[in-house]
Design a protein around this ligand. Structure first.
Ligand SMILES: [Fe+2]
Ligand SMILES: [Fe+2]
Length: 170
């Protein structure tokens, strides 16, 4: 962001860059959460869900690209050292120690719910003040909402499958 652009900005640009760097760290965590979760996952529907988790992972990586590019355009520096991710991320990484599909999906679900709040916060902060960042936040927010919805649907299907199996045993 140029000098005049910064002066006329109707918001605290440094605060916005801080929020975007927090979002950037969270996107890397979200990417890895999906990427490694898809690989260690076990249980019903694994073969169907695995490829979908990798699609989500790629979308998270694309969010990281969008957020980092926006930080640079605002005159900031994207986090340069992955060691800093844990300091910045408010949405935490959850180690997938339990490979059962429901456990993996629940970890991804809590990440998505945190991401939705994150982009709502950025959208509210920039609404009517920084249209480019606002537009980006809304674009990402829509995808995070879709991700949450996908995961909820898979969890419902797994639940349904379990109930149907129980009935068969009776
Ligand atoms: Fe994301
Ligand atoms: Fe997501």
């Amino acid at each position: 962001m140029g000098k005049v652009a910064r002066e006329i900005a109707k918001l605290d640009v440094d605060k916005l860059i801080q929020m975007l760097n927090e979002a950037l760290a969270e996107e890397w965590y979200a990417f890895y959460q999906y990427w490694v979760g898809a690989r260690v996952m076990e249980g019903p529907m694994r073969s169907e869900v695995e490829s979908e988790l990798l699609v989500h992972a790629n979308q998270e990586l694309n969010h990281a690209v969008m957020v980092a590019d926006r930080i640079v355009k605002l005159g900031g520096i994207p986090i340069l050292n992955p060691n800093k991710w844990s300091e910045f991320a408010k949405c935490k990484y959850e180690e997938p120690n339990d490979p059962y599909i429901e456990a993996i999906l629940n970890q991804n679900l809590s990440g998505e719910r945190c991401a939705i709040k994150r982009y709502e916060e950025i959208a509210e902060f920039t609404n009517g003040k920084d249209f480019s960042t606002y537009q980006m936040a809304i674009t990402i927010l829509d995808e995070e909402i879709e991700h949450e919805n996908d995961i909820e649907d898979w969890l419902t299907d797994i639940d349904r499958m379990r109930e149907d199996l129980k009935k068969l045993k009776l």
